[in-house]
Every structure is written in structure tokens, then in C-alpha cells.
Design a protein around this ligand. Structure first.
Ligand SMILES: N[C@@H](CCC(=O)N[C@@H](CS)C(=O)NCC(=O)O)C(=O)O
Length: 198
């Protein structure tokens, strides 16, 4: 979802392919042939040349869209973005994943949901404290925001409380006002594999 939002927001041309993650198949056949990691996202950047890892794909898209320049790489802002990308990927994204289910999925039982909340709550509290402007990097929307939105969207899907996280709640609402996010939510639908009512 995060690369999909960034591509749409920047207005780059791309083709979207759905992957059936239970069967590891897409319309081209066996998804393992695209990436032996067998998870999404994967971005084809040249014929049969694929980038994987969400944080890396976001950085690549930002560069293609002119949001970043190679010369920026020595700047403070670049390293702050790298810290957020890595934090979101390792501290939040992976801690949202259920330890009770094979594959990288959201929780689907009350017990795993409780365990996930225990892990993500302090990490979300850190983001809450640092979220001073409208966006994670301050006043300007950037490549890290679609990734953070995946997390707030998962929070809503899992009905985790925003009571102690008012800035994150406002961020989530702000993201939902962007046409790119509305378009992606329409196309992608609900996050995968959580059992309703749990
Ligand atoms: N390390 C990867 C993890 C990607 C990931 O967990 N993808 C999930 C969707 S959010 C997935 O494809 N899960 C299905 C599976 O692993 O079978 C990244 O940062 O891109």
C-alpha cells in the first residue's frame, strides 16, 4: 500500500499487479519466480529486475519522482528519512505481524492481537511524541508518510485505541483526505487477513 500511495501521489506511471499471498500466485503464475521472499511489495524497475523491501522501494520511487536528488544524500533530512524508514520497517511493520500465523499477516486471534498491541503501543507512542508537524518529517509530505499510514490504517482495522495518540489520529485523518490515499483505499480495500469481530 505505501509504494502504491507514493506512486499515485507523485503521479508516476505504473502498473499494479495483485498477488494472491495465500497461494503465492499472480496473473503471471508463480510469485516465487518474481521474488523468492514471496511477500509484497515488489517493484519491477527494468525488465525482470525487481526491487523488494518497502523502505527501499519508497526511497527509489521518491528519487524517480524528483522528491529526492542524489545530491541530497549528504543532507540531514536524508538521514532522518532513513531513520524513519528503518524504524517503520523494523520496529512497527514487523511488530504488527502475528507471531501465531505463518507468513507476514495481521493478527487473527484475540491473543495475538493483544500481544501485537503490547509490542506496537510503546513504539507508536514514540512516533506520537516526535510527530510535531502535519507530517512525519515536519510540514512537508514525504516518502515516510505513506508507510506510517499503513500502520495507522492497520490500527483502525484492528480497532486499536488512538486515545493516547491524538497526533497519530490527526495524521491518519489528514492522510485520508489526500486524493491518492482515497484512490488507493478504493482499489486495495481492507488490509488482509484479520478476522472480523476479533
Ligand atoms: N521485509 C518486507 C516485509 C513485507 C511484508 O511483510 N509483506 C506482507 C504484506 S504487509 C506480505 O506480503 N505478507 C504475506 C506473506 O509473507 O506471505 C518489507 O519490508 O517489504
Amino acid at each position: 500500500m505505501a509504494p502504491h500511495i507514493l506512486l499515485t501521489d507523485i503521479g508516476l506511471n505504473f502498473e499494479l499487479e495483485k498477488v494472491n499471498l495465500d497461494q503465492k500466485r499472480w496473473h503471471g503464475g508463480d510469485y516465487h519466480t518474481i521474488t523468492p521472499k514471496s511477500y509484497v511489495p515488489a517493484l519491477e524497475i527494468a525488465p525482470q529486475q525487481y526491487l523488494t523491501e518497502c523502505a527501499v522501494i519508497l526511497a527509489y520511487i521518491a528519487l524517480q519522482g524528483g522528491q529526492r536528488k542524489a545530491s541530497d544524500y549528504a543532507s540531514k533530512i536524508y538521514w532522518q528519512e532513513q531513520m524513519w524508514l528503518n524504524y517503520l520497517a523494523t520496529e512497527l511493520h514487523k511488530n504488527f505481524i502475528s507471531p501465531f500465523r505463518p507468513g507476514n499477516w495481521l493478527p487473527n486471534t484475540a491473543a495475538s492481537k493483544a500481544l501485537v498491541w503490547q509490542r506496537v503501543q510503546p513504539r507508536l507512542a514514540y512516533v506520537e511524541e516526535r510527530l510535531q508537524g502535519s507530517w512525519l518529517m515536519g510540514d512537508k509530505f514525504s516518502l515516510v508518510d505513506p508507510y506510517l499510514f499503513v500502520m495507522t490504517n492497520w490500527m483502525r482495522r484492528l480497532a486499536f485505541p488512538f486515545d493516547q495518540l491524538p497526533r497519530l489520529a490527526a495524521f491518519d485523518a489528514r492522510m485520508r483526505q489526500r486524493p491518492s490515499v482515497q484512490e488507493v483505499l478504493r482499489v486495495e480495500g481492507q488490509p488482509h487477513s484479520v478476522t472480523d469481530g476479533e
